[in-house]
Design a protein around this ligand. Structure first.
Ligand SMILES: Cc1cc2nc3c(=O)[nH]c(=O)nc-3n(C[C@H](O)[C@H](O)[C@H](O)COP(=O)(O)OP(=O)(O)OC[C@H]3O[C@@H](n4cnc5c(N)ncnc54)[C@H](O)[C@@H]3O)c2cc1C
Length: 383
């Protein structure tokens, strides 16, 4: 006789792993299905580091979720004994009227978050690695830092298993079917067919294939995480000396980066926030080309000259974008027993801990007290 599950999770990456943990902890019988191994590097959740910050220029509506996310990062750290989140301080820099600066200040004000505003001279004095133009302003947030994506996924999966979740790797879901009554689902893999009351679809860049009736356009993009060896040594780039940063240049291009020990190797990571090339998980070109590295150097040479040393490594990664770059976290519009977590649009990781809690609320209670109106898929219906 086959096992009985309350909920099947399709995809055990950033969001699927936290959902598995939260659901198993609340006593749900969980089956998790993942096409690759635990904490792999083929999707959106690898490369050693992800920025976390509270003053949120994308929309102040994210702030309460962020405050809860910090608490839950703390909880998984205590439960797993791992340091997943490192607070290093963060600079959101750019021209005063740029979204990065003005949006961050607005959300910090609205939610009464602690922050400082630094002028170009202050930035140069306090953080000498940066060479901003005189027109630059920064919001400095002491609580910003980074989370370690592989360690997060791995730790949540391990704890989920300890709470009784049945997690299966190298088992791709081929199709799913929701019973028209609104109750019950069937999921098919090469190894068999599984049934449960509910499913969560948290398939990252593969979501478009599994959710073609969601009514939301999900566009996958190729992005590159680049690692450079600083000229003049790594010391000034270490955690504690260098904050994380998001830097909007005069041409509105945003780049962002991390201190060095975020990776654990002798290099510091930097990337463009947006500017990815459209792709699919099947067509993504995993090579990184000289002209792409040169494009980054054009910004480093002026702004962070000491980072413009030897190119060490480039690692591709996928964003899955919605048209407005806000997430989709909701019951499926036509199948109430299907919960969707998709379209994290290049800024989802920092929320993974709280997204797991939201998904568990939605699966168990059909609703959540967290503010997720912004993530409703029906927002695109009348556009
Ligand atoms: C270069 C880069 C930089 C980023 N920087 C930041 C940052 O600084 N801060 C931040 O907050 N966010 C950042 N993000 C975004 C963040 O990492 C993503 O939003 C987040 O990882 C998305 O998580 P996910 O669970 O949707 O996808 P994933 O973690 O990729 O998980 C999806 C999982 O589903 C599995 N799957 C898919 N289809 C199937 C199937 N049919 N059967 C079984 N398994 C399946 C996949 O194998 C995968 O493991 C960045 C992303 C990239 C690429």
């Amino acid at each position: 006789m086959s096992k009985i599950y309350d909920v099947i999770i399709i995809g055990l990456g950033a969001m699927g792993s936290t959902a598995a943990y939260q659901l198993a902890k609340r006593g749900q019988r969980v089956l998790g299905l993942e096409q690759f191994g635990p904490a792999h590097d083929q999707g959106s959740s690898h490369g050693g580091s992800r920025i976390i910050r509270q003053s949120y220029f994308e929309d102040p509506a994210y702030v309460p979720l962020l405050l809860r996310a910090y608490e839950l990062w703390d909880e998984i750290e205590r439960e797993s004994g791992e340091e997943i989140l490192t607070v290093t301080g963060g600079l959101m820099m750019g021209p005063p009227d740029s979204l990065t600066v003005s949006g961050s200040i607005e959300s910090a004000k609205q939610w009464n978050l602690a922050y400082e505003v630094l002028e170009a001279n202050d930035i140069r004095r306090r953080f000498p690695l940066f060479n901003p133009s005189d027109n630059t302003l920064a919001l400095y947030e002491a609580k910003a830092g980074f989370v370690r994506p592989e360690l997060s996924v791995y730790s949540h999966l391990l704890q989920a298993e300890k709470h009784g979740a049945d997690l299966r790797f190298f088992e791709a879901v081929q199709s799913w079917e929701a019973h028209p009554s609104g109750e019950g689902v069937r999921v098919v893999t090469a190894n068999g067919t599984y049934e449960a009351g509910k499913i969560i679809i948290s398939a990252g860049a593969w979501a478009p294939q599994l959710l073609n009736d969601l009514g939301v356009s999900l566009q996958v993009e190729r992005h590159i995480q680049m690692f450079f060896e600083p000229t003049g040594g790594i010391e000034p780039f270490r955690v504690g000396k260098q904050p994380i940063y998001i830097w909007e240049a005069e041409d509105n291009v945003q780049l962002y980066g991390f201190p060095s020990s975020a990776l654990g190797a002798e290099g510091a990571k930097v990337a463009f926030f947006r500017k990815g090339k459209p792709c699919t998980p099947d067509t993504i070109d995993r090579n990184v080309y000289d002209d792409e590295v040169e494009m980054m150097r054009n910004y480093l040479v002026q702004g962070i000259p000491k980072l413009n040393g030897r190119f060490l490594q480039g690692k591709t990664c996928m964003y899955t974008n919605t048209p407005d770059e806000h997430f989709v976290i909701s019951a499926h519009p036509t199948h109430p027993q299907v919960t969707v977590a998709a379209g994290f649009s290049g800024h989802g990781f920092k929320f993974a801990s709280v997204v797991g809690e939201v998904l568990a609320d939605l699966v168990i209670n059909g609703q959540t007290n967290h503010p997720i109106d912004l993530f409703c898929p029906q927002r695109f219906v009348h556009q």
